[in-house]
Write a protein that binds this ligand. Structure first.
Ligand SMILES: Cc1cc2nc3c(=O)[nH]c(=O)nc-3n(C[C@H](O)[C@H](O)[C@H](O)COP(=O)(O)O)c2cc1C
Ligand SMILES: Nc1ncnc2c1ncn2[C@@H]1O[C@H](COP(=O)(O)OP(=O)(O)O)[C@@H](O)[C@H]1O
Ligand SMILES: [Mg+2]
Length: 154
């Protein structure tokens, strides 16, 4: 897919607070500045890749780009669910990600349960894909080890 792999980093900001509360799946939302810096022709939808908070460990992630049709958001969001457990929130921190592959388009669902189970399947698909050698190698990319303040893309 065009634009992939896509490297990006930026600040984690507040969203609608639905991820943890309604879905049980927190998503770290990027600032508007980062959302606007994305290529305008990158497809909306669900992706997988690697993510790291500050200078922390690199984890598997799933990413949602778009308007969340189930919630009919007016503003586009780019949200990362890191496939690991964190002790608390990390609002205001710098999140670094590399997007490696596309899973599916964003959908509307007839129930919250249906949305949650679709996301659970995305997580399982991401875990499988990221174990492939071609994807594992990006976990070690220098992008995740550079000091903050480096260019947003390379
Ligand atoms: C892997 C993944 C898949 C998602 N798929 C959809 C989807 O198909 N349709 C949708 O409306 N929202 C989808 N979402 C977005 C959630 O609706 C969103 O993360 C949630 O509303 C939390 O938003 P908040 O960060 O503003 O609280 C997905 C999120 C993730 C992490
Ligand atoms: N595994 C995780 N993946 C993503 N964010 C997490 C995770 N664990 C804790 N968080 C925290 O939870 C916040 C996201 O929760 P969420 O309910 O989606 O709220 P918001 O609507 O403000 O984005 C993130 O900004 C981050 O600080
Ligand atoms: Mg969120």
């Amino acid at each position: 897919m065009r634009h992939l792999p896509y490297f990006c980093r930026g600040e984690v900001v507040k969203g609608f607070g639905r991820g943890s509360k309604e879905l049980g799946i927190p998503t770290a939302n990027f600032s508007e500045q980062v959302v606007e810096s994305f290529p305008s022709d990158i497809s909306t939808g669900i992706y997988y890749g690697w993510a790291c908070v500050g200078n922390g460990d690199v984890h598997k992630m799933v990413l949602s780009i778009g308007w969340n049709p189930f919630y009919k958001n007016i503003k586009k969001s780019v949200e990362t669910h890191i496939i690991d457990t964190f002790k608390g929130d990390f609002y205001g921190e710098i999140l670094s990600i590399v997007i490696l592959g596309y899973i599916r388009s964003e959908k509307n669902f007839s129930s919250l349960e249906a949305l949650i189970s679709a996301i659970q399947e995305d997580i399982e698909e991401a875990k499988r894909q990221l174990d492939l050698p071609e994807h594992l190698k990006l976990k070690e990319d220098n992008f995740f080890r550079l000091p903050e303040g480096k260019p947003v893309n390379h």
